[in-house]
Design a protein around this ligand. Structure first.
Ligand code: ADP
Ligand code: MG
Length: 347
């Protein structure tokens, strides 16, 4: 067998750089972070571990000419954190496998991209106490940047919020607002000039989405939600997942949908489409019994009741939208469909 090649200098330098620049976030459950063969995690007694992984692939999830490197790092972590939020978990640590084109491992401009990528990732990690506790680094076999992040979280044993626990009669809620990410994404791609620098992260739902960790943890702690999911693929798709897992159907009230200000700048029809089918809002969609005391907001994030869940009927669509004029239409899943050639994507 061929002897495996030892790591090229660029890779070793990069790992050293990652270690030196690793974030300030500390988590008492991380007994050992970057630097040894493995990290050591020590979850509190009575808690169980939740794990989620997400790809961030150049040309599929981001484009180097449209997304600032800070946004790529932020989104990479945010996607995993949103999955933990949807289960009501508390994040413990992140692990990142990163493949970089050879030019980026040696040239100064390449390292500038990497430093800015990590600045974005660490900024979000610091906000939520999520240390980067390890990973792997390699030269990419192509000219593309490929990242895969693993997020580890914990939750009191047996208490995580699943997609499958909703019951007939439960009310349906969503956090924050919908359609903002799709509206911003469209504007990123129509603008001819390079996109202006980002001043306030909160104004950029696509570039800098905010994972709803505090809401998820509150729903779990106060035993409010019977089921939850994060809106990564669009509410029509993710609500279908929740309905299928819970064996229910949903009715949404169109007038109740909280539309993001960026989506409101579109035509009303486009705004509704962005709210229902636009992906990557990273809001939480959850069910709660009608008598549950659901807060109006958690940590400044509004929570809006948008509909109800009912027993499925053989002829009834999984999702119905009730319009202001009293008519109803069936809503088909129209969000992000993985591996579908026709879907809109960041190319
Ligand atoms: P090994 O060869 O034993 O897998 P490496 O030399 O690849 O170890 O990595 C050394 C240390 O640096 C490990 O603790 C590893 O987790 C960490 N590390 C490597 N790449 C990354 C990365 N992209 N992000 C975070 N930590 C990393
Ligand atoms: Mg080793």
């Amino acid at each position: 067998m061929e002897k495996p090649q030892s790591k090229p200098l660029g890779e070793l330098e990069l790992i050293d750089r990652i270690r030196r620049g690793s974030n300030r976030a500390r988590n008492p459950s991380v007994a050992l972070g970057i630097g040894d063969d493995c990290a050591i995690l020590r979850p509190a007694a009575g808690y169980e571990i939740l794990v989620t992984t997400d790809f961030s692939l150049e040309g599929r999830h981001f484009r180097r000419d449209r997304h600032p490197p800070e946004s790529v790092g932020h989104r990479c972590l945010a996607r995993g954190l949103s999955d933990l939020a949807a289960m009501g978990a508390t994040p413990l640590a992140a692990f990142l496998s990163l493949a970089l084109p050879s030019a980026m491992l040696s040239r100064r401009r390449g390292l500038d991209w990497v430093d800015r990528f990590f600045a974005g990732l660490h900024h979000l990690g610091d906000l939520h106490n999520v240390p980067l506790a390890g990973g792997d680094t390699s030269e990419s076999p192509s000219d593309l940047i490929l990242a895969d992040i693993v997020l580890i979280g914990s939750a009191p044993r047996g208490r995580s919020l699943r997609r499958s626990g909703a019951r007939p009669g439960d009310a349906l809620y969503v956090t924050g607002s919908l359609g903002g990410a799709a509206a911003e994404l469209a504007s990123l791609f129509t603008r001819r000039k390079p996109n202006p620098p980002v001043a306030n992260l909160a104004d950029h739902p696509h570039l800098f989405p905010e994972p709803r960790l505090a809401v998820g943890q509150t729903l779990l702690r106060r035993r409010i939600a019977t089921a939850a999911i994060d809106v990564s693929d669009g509410i029509s798709t993710d609500l279908t997942h929740l309905c299928q897992a819970s064996k229910l159907r949903a009715e949404i009230d169109q007038t109740a949908l909280p539309i993001h200000p960026l989506a409101k700048q579109l035509t009303p029809e486009q705004a509704l489409k962005a709210a229902l089918h636009g992906g990557e809002d990273y809001e939480l969609l959850f069910a709660a019994p009608p008598a549950a005391r659901v807060p109006r907001s958690v940590g400044g994030v509004p929570i809006t009741r948008i509909g109800t869940l009912q027993r499925p009927g053989s002829k009834k669509p999984i999702i119905t939208l009730a319009h202001p004029d009293g008519t109803r239409t069936a809503i088909q899943p129209g969000g992000w469909e993985h591996f579908s050639a026709s879907r809109k994507t960041v190319r």
